[in-house]
Design a protein around this ligand. Structure first.
Ligand code: AMP
Ligand code: ZN
Length: 109
């Protein structure tokens, strides 16, 4: 299995897990770009948001964001998802970056 995030889901690679349920998992980014930098992923392999995502999983991702943020105990955060090489996607397993812990400038990136 080449996909690094699938390997984390399977427990073949270590991760500092923040939140997990039957559909999604959130763990700390190995190379944090902010004091808090967590990745939320579907457990099922989906490349990115260009792929069809069923309603149940779409809801589970939003619920997973809320539950992860609750666990982190933060009051403000940004969610970023890079979709496609041109947007900087390096790991082709859908993920949402949750960044927080410093003043986030009013921008879209
Ligand atoms: P992206 O450029 O949006 O595809 O982001 C991929 C992210 O995955 C980067 O922020 C990496 O630091 C992170 N990453 C890669 N491998 C691991 C890993 N084994 N555990 C945690 N985060 C990882
Ligand atoms: Zn995968």
């Amino acid at each position: 299995m080449a996909c690094v995030f699938c390997r984390i889901v399977k427990g073949e690679l270590p991760a500092k897990v923040v939140y997990e349920d039957d559909k999604v998992m959130a763990f700390h980014d190995i190379n944090p770009q902010a004091p808090i930098h967590v990745l939320l992923i579907p457990k099922k392999h989906v490349e990115n948001l260009f792929e069809e995502i069923d309603q149940e999983l779409a809801y589970a991702l939003i619920r997973g964001l809320r539950e992860t943020v609750k666990k982190l105990g933060i009051e403000a955060y940004r969610v970023v998802s890079n979709n496609g090489k041109g947007a900087g996607q390096e790991v082709f397993h859908l993920h949402f970056h949750i960044v927080a812990g410093r003043r986030i400038p009013p921008t879209t990136v």
